[in-house]
Ligand binder design. Structure first.
Ligand code: HEC
Ligand code: HEC
Ligand code: HEC
Ligand code: HEC
Ligand code: HEC
Ligand code: HEC
Ligand code: HEC
Ligand code: HEC
Ligand code: HEC
Length: 391
């Protein structure tokens, strides 16, 4: 009797403990998440994300009894050797490990050993297969990802395209934590050529050498998940808007003494106004009119006084000649660039402008005066001595 009762007690106590732990866990999560999201808005993750489970078909310790072994290797048909080792401490210090998530919360199909039969041909198959696991908790990120280019490339069968674990890792996932050089490093894995060019650009050098957070990392121009690029219709024509997010920001640009007229002058220019009209009427088609990147370059944008700049005076003509093959030095010299003419820039244009500003109203004014006084004299002004002598 006593034995049964104490067994019941133990069971009851453990159920209580479990309930307590689950609730406690949920509150702990809630408290922490509230620091991430505005407190009046419920966290989007909270609604979609299950908490850490307390009972798992196989505990992390059991998985690691085998998978902590560094000699554990799975040969794949491609000839690659997949290391099956998982580092316990690395996992525990990852964002998921810290939250108490169990191995089986991502590896939902593995409930024991032997594992279910898999048909992985190469390591890419493993990475791509595992992306489904992330989507169950990170619905929003997954949805965004599916509207982007990497996702459509994968669907078209390009297995080299990026999926969740490529940019985030698997057992070592951490928040990028505002360390934006990490974002560029994630892209570098596959886009190393572009990364190298970017590294020398005015934006890339500021980010990678000086950790300057004001300049664009790859994802500021291409999106975090809904990655878009030049194969997407309209990307090229709409690209000035990417630059505008920062280059029309007076406070930001004042820090670097960069002119924010660049945008207005561009659209006032024959090139920009044509592109603007074009974007409104046929946004999906290519235009031959230059957008910012046609003159400044893309990943290699330099300061206009850098010798490598496409817009420094020595190189400007070559840049114009790409579309105006017959252009001569006078051609690029005559162009007003981004400047509103003033005494310093395009002085002659400014003075001529100024001259006309006074000359035209002045001439018209004097002419008007003559016309009016003449009219007055001939029609209204009647001398007192009608028909009398005039001297
Ligand atoms: C008894 C040892 C053992 C245990 C325990 C074990 N595994 Fe494995 N695991 C293996 C072996 C061996 C392979 C090689 C492929 C195979 O035989 O299925 C493997 C392969 C894998 C793979 C590679 C892909 C696949 O599905 O085959 C994953 C992922 C994996 N294990 C995860 C886990 C997780 C998660 C746990 C705990 C829930 C776990 N394993 C427990 C031995 C084990
Ligand atoms: C946040 C989700 C997540 C958790 C939690 C997780 N894994 Fe994985 N695991 C992955 C992903 C993603 C891959 C595929 C990684 C790749 O190869 O690109 C993977 C791959 C593996 C592999 C195959 C070898 C490899 O590295 O590709 C093994 C073995 C494995 N996991 C075991 C474990 C064990 C053991 C645990 C618990 C200690 C665990 N995993 C926890 C996401 C997870
Ligand atoms: C069982 C649910 C679950 C699964 C599966 C899962 N995550 Fe998470 N993930 C979370 C929770 C919860 C957090 C912590 C969120 C927080 O701190 O606000 C998190 C945090 C993250 C973060 C850090 C984001 C941030 O802003 O703090 C990244 C990146 C991430 N997960 C990526 C992944 C990837 C990639 C996978 C698949 C390999 C994955 N997750 C699988 C639940 C999950
Ligand atoms: C091409 C690289 C790339 C791929 C692929 C990718 N991410 Fe991200 N992810 C990022 C970047 C960049 C951020 C933003 C980091 C920052 O600003 O701190 C991010 C942020 C996140 C966050 C934090 C919250 C948020 O939405 O900003 C989560 C969670 C996340 N990713 C999950 C995923 C999941 C799940 C997948 C797969 C469906 C995925 N990511 C695929 C690059 C990627
Ligand atoms: C200042 C904005 C900006 C930044 C920063 C940027 N890109 Fe781009 N990227 C663009 C534009 C605009 C295009 C389209 C060029 C065109 O229309 O010809 C492009 C094109 C691309 C392409 C496809 C075309 C090609 O050249 O192969 C890839 C891939 C790419 N970028 C990756 C990256 C990576 C990786 C980084 C970071 C190292 C990065 N980009 C940084 C704006 C940017
Ligand atoms: C696992 C490899 C991998 C990673 C990591 C990766 N990409 Fe890609 N990406 C590709 C492949 C493959 C293509 C298609 C071929 C190409 O254009 O280079 C591509 C294409 C692109 C394109 C061109 C899209 C178009 O419309 O032409 C852009 C832009 C891009 N990636 C940006 C990024 C950014 C930004 C990151 C980092 C946040 C990143 N990629 C990380 C593999 C990757
Ligand atoms: C995320 C904000 C941001 C975006 C987006 C951005 N830039 Fe910049 N850009 C900056 C900052 C900040 C600097 C100053 C960097 C420095 O001097 O260290 C800069 C510098 C420049 C310079 C050099 C100016 C000088 O006088 O030294 C040029 C040219 C330039 N950007 C063109 C562009 C073009 C073209 C685009 C669009 C394809 C673009 N930028 C997108 C923030 C941005
Ligand atoms: C037809 C070619 C052309 C186009 C199109 C063009 N630029 Fe420029 N840009 C130049 C030239 C040339 C200069 C150098 C002017 C000088 O300082 O002599 C310049 C200078 C700049 C500077 C540096 C200004 C400063 O104060 O240091 C920025 C920033 C800039 N452009 C951004 C843009 C943006 C953003 C766009 C698109 C909205 C754009 N440019 C379109 C040719 C062009
Ligand atoms: C990407 C191609 C491209 C580049 C680069 C380019 N232009 Fe143009 N430009 C055009 C097109 C197309 C027109 C015709 C615009 C229209 O019909 O509205 C044009 C028109 C002009 C005109 C008006 C007179 C005319 O010939 O129709 C001038 C002046 C001009 N560009 C100067 C320049 C200068 C200076 C540069 C170099 C700083 C330059 N362009 C670079 C494509 C370009």
């Amino acid at each position: 009797m006593i034995l049964i009762n104490s067994k019941k007690m133990v069971r009851f106590a453990s159920i209580l403990l479990m309930a307590f732990l689950t609730l406690g866990g949920l509150f702990a999560l809630r408290g922490e998440r509230n620091t991430v999201y505005a407190s009046d808005q419920p966290s989007p993750l909270l609604q979609a994300t299950p908490g850490p489970v307390n009972f798992v078909p196989m505990s992390d310790d059991q998985c690691l009894e085998c998978h902590a072994d560094e000699k554990m290797i799975l040969p794949l048909p491609s000839g690659e050797q997949l290391s099956l080792q998982v580092d316990r401490i690395e996992y525990r210090t990852s964002v998921h490990g810290q939250k108490g998530y169990a191995c089986v919360q991502c590896h939902t199909d593995i409930t024991g050993f032997p594992h279910p039969e898999q048909n992985f041909q190469d390591t890419r198959d493993v990475t791509i297969y595992m992306a489904q696991a992330c989507a169950t908790c990170h619905e929003q990120a997954a949805e965004e990802y599916h509207t982007g280019t990497h996702s459509s490339l994968l669907e078209e069968g390009n297995k080299d395209s990026a999926t969740c674990a490529d940019c985030h890792g698997s057992h070592t996932i951490r928040d990028f934590g505002n360390i934006r050089t990490r974002i560029a490093a994630a892209c570098q894995q596959c886009h190393s050529e572009i990364y190298n060019v970017y590294q020398d650009s005015v934006h890339g050098a500021a980010l990678l050498d000086d950790f300057n957070p004001d300049v664009p990392a790859c994802s500021d121009c291409h999106g975090n998940h809904n990655n878009s690029g030049p194969t997407q219709a309209g990307f090229h024509v709409a690209s000035p808007e990417i630059c505008a997010t920062c280059h029309t920001d007076d406070t930001l640009m004042a820090k670097y003494e960069i002119n924010t007229d660049v945008f207005d002058t561009y659209f006032a220019d024959f090139h920009g106004s044509t592109v603007q009209i074009f974007e409104k009427t046929t946004p999906d088609q290519e235009t031959n009119k230059p957008v910012c990147i046609d003159c400044h370059g893309v990943h290699d944008i330099k300061s206009p006084d850098n010798v490598g700049s496409t817009v420094i005076k020595q190189n400007l003509l070559t840049t114009c000649q790409r579309c105006h093959p017959d252009a001569t030095p006078n051609f690029s010299d005559a162009w007003l660039s981004h400047y509103e003419p003033d005494l310093e820039n395009h002085t002659i244009v400014y003075l001529v402008d100024l001259f006309y500003k006074f000359f035209i109203p002045g001439t018209l004014g004097i002419m008007g005066f003559f016309v009016v006084t003449d009219f007055w004299r001939s029609r209204i002004y009647k001398p007192k001595t009608q028909g009398g002598k005039e001297s």
